[in-house]
Design a protein around this ligand. Structure first.
Ligand code: FMN
Length: 387
């Protein structure tokens, strides 16, 4: 399975083409729209998310509610495009900056300057329109399709916000259902009510001060069979692929699996998970410090992945930059911006992990049609219990 996305932040639409989804998968538009809506929410988001009401259109690969096996093309239109038609026109417009909203002052922390130099663009709008995290709309849409495939095998993906700025949520023993319910009701997708309140206050303060905040999100996947991924080749290692998926989200700068960086300071006896076997259940681990992955393959325990998001780089109290025309110092250009997008990013993180797990499932159980794949997974699960 593979996908690519296309589209600019203020262009007419965002597009994703997915190839390799087995045929006959029941396809729910509502499920995709639900996920798109989740991405748009969250305390700390800017005005753009009030303008957009993301709704998916499917223009290929699905017929009468089921996938056909052909490439699936998803489209989300940008409502804001109506205000940007001339600025983002594919055909030439007059040279003056006003018509083009040309950007000559790169924003620190963005792709603006590096991209402009690399792609020979004196107007950095040609870079920032594509590097914008508006693209994550399509990651969430693609992830929602992946979730529909995973649900056929009882695999579920959830996420939550562990930290915003200096505020860290307390751990809680929760089932996945409980976690999902609490985070859906939380404006910052946090399971700890005290931390939630502090996070919201911190975001409000950062906004007032023209500043921004980053944080940590955690994604949990339950119901995965043993043995997704592989130890035999570097690019088949599932932990590495999950890390890439997280790092591919705009503004993500670090990844942990299981206890992650904490393992560096602990003896082996407190890091590795003892193996046990029980009748009717088969193999499992007494603990899950490895976060569901050993030897780059799934252990059958829940997968636990965390990602670190840097603070949003567009600041209403802008950092200094250099105008590429005059080489004079200037305050960086301000594009309309979120002050904290960690809650939304946790939804994106769920989506990219869902995609990668779905891809690993299709590699382990390759089938053109869903019923073959379901039969293969069932047989394999019975085999792992007997093993
Ligand atoms: C969901 C989400 C929303 C974001 N919203 C904004 C925003 O409104 N303004 C902004 O400057 N950056 C925003 N970012 C971050 C930038 O896209 C990111 O910092 C930039 O693309 C550079 O990322 P990089 O350092 O990983 O290359 C957002 C990121 C995510 C994941």
């Amino acid at each position: 399975m593979r996908y690519i996305t296309a589209g600019e932040s203020h262009g007419p639409q965002l597009t994703a083409i997915i190839e390799g989804i087995p045929s006959n998968l029941p396809f729910s538009f509502d499920e995709i729209n639900k996920q798109l809506h989740r991405r748009q929410k969250g305390h700390g988001r800017g005005r753009r998310m009030q303008i957009e009401k993301d709704t998916v259109q499917v223009v290929s690969g699905v017929r009468h509610g089921y996938t056909t096996g052909a490439p699936v093309t998803l489209v989300v239109e940008n409502n804001d495009w109506t205000h940007w038609q001339k600025i983002m026109s594919a055909t030439p417009v007059p040279e003056e900056d006003e018509a083009r909203r040309r950007v000559s002052r790169p924003r620190p922390g963005h792709a603006d300057l590096n991209g402009a130099i690399k792609y020979h663009q004196r107007d950095m709008r040609n870079i920032l329109e594509r590097s914008s995290a508006r693209e994550t709309t399509m990651r969430v849409a693609v992830g929602a399709v992946a979730r529909q495939l995973l649900s056929q095998f009882g695999i579920r993906v959830a996420g939550h916000v562990k930290q915003i700025g200096q505020v860290v949520a307390q751990e809680r023993e929760l089932s996945l259902d409980e976690l999902m319910q609490i985070t859906e009701d939380s404006p910052v997708r946090c399971i700890d009510p005290d931390a939630e309140k502090k996070m919201m206050e911190l975001i409000d303060r950062a906004k007032e001060e023209g500043d921004s905040l980053g944080g940590i999100v955690e994604v949990i996947v339950e119901g995965v069979p043993i043995g997704l991924g592989s130890h035999v080749q570097w690019d088949r290692k599932l932990d590495a692929r999950l890390a890439q998926a997280i790092m591919s989200i705009q503004a993500f700068k670090g990844v942990e699996i299981g206890i992650g960086f904490e393992a560096a300071g602990l003896p082996g006896s407190q890091v590795h998970d003892e193996i046990e076997w029980t009748e009717g259940k088969g193999y499992s681990r007494k603990t899950n410090r490895a976060g569901g992955l050993e030897g780059s393959m799934t252990t059958g325990m829940p997968i636990v992945v965390r990602g670190v998001m840097k603070p949003i780089p567009t600041l209403y109290k802008p950092l200094m930059s250099v105008d590429i025309d005059t080489k004079e110092p200037f305050a960086a250009t301000i594009e309309r911006s979120d002050s904290c997008a960690v809650p939304a990013a946790s939804v994106v993180a769920e989506a990219v992990i869902a995609w990668e797990i779905a891809r690993a499932m299709c590699e382990k159980f390759p089938s053109d049609a869903l019923d073959d794949m379901v039969a293969n997974v069932e047989e394999y699960r019975a085999y792992t219990e007997r093993f």
